[in-house]
Design a protein around this ligand. Structure first.
Ligand SMILES: [Zn+2]
Length: 307
């Protein structure tokens, strides 16, 4: 049972939207690739837990804080006897450990996931103690990619490779679940989760520099055109009902520019003027709440209007 689902990381989402509309800098592109790979690995792990661990009480993607320090837990399983933490790595290729340093073959040093895992585990342990929870912690690193080999893996470091995941989860699934104690731990964790935030200036972009238009819902290409009531992609030929495309563009605009006012004028411009302002206005009136009068008319999300 998944108590808390995983969400696409905010930074990955923004980079994905930006990559459709501008050329990412080399640094941002690298970040985009790494985040995509990491997220793919996490989804792959989730697919295994759904298949082999249907009894598991599972919380994914926990951002917690202890002593002013934030730490992230990729996945967490609560059994009656222990709490299991999982750090998921989607490394592909050949690696080796040498004196506590991890290298990618031939000799590129990379961040040691054992240190990262140990930091998160230690903070998590202190966090539990501060909440009065006594439960043994077991933490594992999962190398999820089928083509990942790590030589000289240190012993006793609770590392699981792709080939062992199925048997590990099947065994974990045989544990006893849902005692009162584990329910109370779930409650504490759920109420302690922090919303993901992006460090200021982690990504920089402006409305003017981004390409306007409607990206394809399938491949992200900006080579789309409005034909009757559908948006058609010239690259992959996917078609989407235009009203769905407009809503998608409005949501993208809000993700990228959360502090900008939503108006029919700006959305029409954002869609590359392919959608008339009057039509954008109808969509906004239908799906959002109107605020202000005459020149100050703008729209806000329903849930913000009626919290
Ligand atoms: Zn397409």
């Amino acid at each position: 049972m998944i108590v808390k689902e995983r969400k696409k990381p905010k930074e990955l989402l923004l980079l994905e939207l930006l990559s459709n509309r501008k050329m990412l800098s080399a640094r941002d592109y690298k970040k985009y690739q790494n985040l995509s790979l990491g997220y793919e690995g996490e989804l792959r792990f989730d697919a295994y837990t759904k298949k082999y661990g249907e009894k598991l009480i599972m919380l994914n993607d926990l951002l917690l804080r202890h002593n002013e320090q934030y730490f992230q837990i990729d996945s967490c399983v609560i059994t009656n006897d222990a709490i299991y933490l999982f750090e998921i790595k989607n490394y592909q290729g050949q690696y080796y450990f040498d004196k506590d340093i991890l290298y990618k073959v031939p000799n590129k040093e990379i961040e040691n996931p054992i240190l990262q895992r140990n930091r998160a585990t230690s903070l998590f342990r202190m966090f539990l103690q501060s909440k009065g929870i006594q439960s043994p912690l077991k933490s594992y690193i999962i190398f999820i990619h089928p083509q990942c080999t790590i030589y000289q893996t240190p012993l006793n470091q609770q590392i699981i490779f792709h080939s062992n995941i199925q048997s590990f989860l099947t065994k974990l699934n045989e544990n006893q679940y849902s005692s009162k104690k584990s329910q109370s731990i779930v409650k504490v964790l759920e109420s302690s989760v922090h919303q993901e935030f992006l460090p200021e200036n982690s990504l920089s972009y402006t409305f003017d520099e981004l390409q306007k238009g409607i990206p394809c819902c399938q491949c992200g290409s900006m080579n789309t055109e409005l034909i009757n009531r559908t948006i058609k992609c010239s690259d992959c030929e996917t078609e989407e009902v235009a009203s769905d495309s407009i809503i998608r563009c409005i949501n993208e605009f809000q993700e990228l520019f959360p502090s900008e006012k939503l108006t029919s004028g700006i959305i029409s411009k954002w869609c590359g003027n392919s959608i008339a302002q009057a039509r954008c206005k109808r969509m906004l009136l239908k799906h959002f709440s109107k605020r202000g009068e005459t020149k100050n008319v703008h729209y806000i999300k329903e849930e913000e209007a009626h919290p």
